[in-house]
Design a protein around this ligand. Structure first.
Ligand code: NI
Length: 155
């Protein structure tokens, strides 16, 4: 495994609509392993492939209840109820914002073994899924934020 460089705001790959992955093979699993290592090294809750320079529909999340890779994810249901949440991003160090997110979502995705799965999520996991899914559509949280703050403790 290897820790990867994180693309920072201003990098064009962060603004692209990413491409689906057509085959989940060893190279995809190796990429997932590297993204996992990178996410943990930077204390992130999630990391999307565009953030490490790959314009692919893939993200990884560990909300504290275990690691999962989401390949070709589609959010199929969103709760009507929404909530204001504090959010940051490894690609935008030193900035946090308040973003309104759906309280719960259902996501369909392919896992690292090529199996299609359905997951219902709420809480931090639902927030992370929405944030990371935005990344693969080229959307950054600062574009959705109601309020932005600078922080001085980004690293
Ligand atoms: Ni992010």
């Amino acid at each position: 495994m290897a820790k990867l460089n994180i693309e920072l705001i201003g990098s064009p790959v962060l603004k692209q609509v990413a491409t689906p992955i057509d085959k989940v093979d060893k190279s995809v699993r190796a990429l997932i392993d590297d993204m996992k290592e990178t996410m943990y090294a930077d204390n992130g809750v999630g990391l999307a492939a565009p953030q490490i320079g790959k314009s692919l529909r893939l993200f990884v999340i560990d909300d504290g209840n275990g690691f999962e890779a989401y390949i070709n994810p589609v959010i199929t249901e969103k709760s009507a109820e929404m909530t204001d949440l504090s959010e940051g991003c490894l690609s935008i160090p030193g900035v946090v914002g308040i973003v309104e997110r759906h309280c719960a979502v259902t996501v369909e995705y392919t896992n690292r073994w090529g199996k299609r799965k359905v997951k219902k999520a709420d809480g931090l996991l639902a927030q992370a899924i929405q944030h990371e899914n935005d990344h693969i559509d080229g959307i950054l949280f600062i574009e959705r934020a109601k309020t932005l703050y600078e922080t001085k403790d980004e690293d």
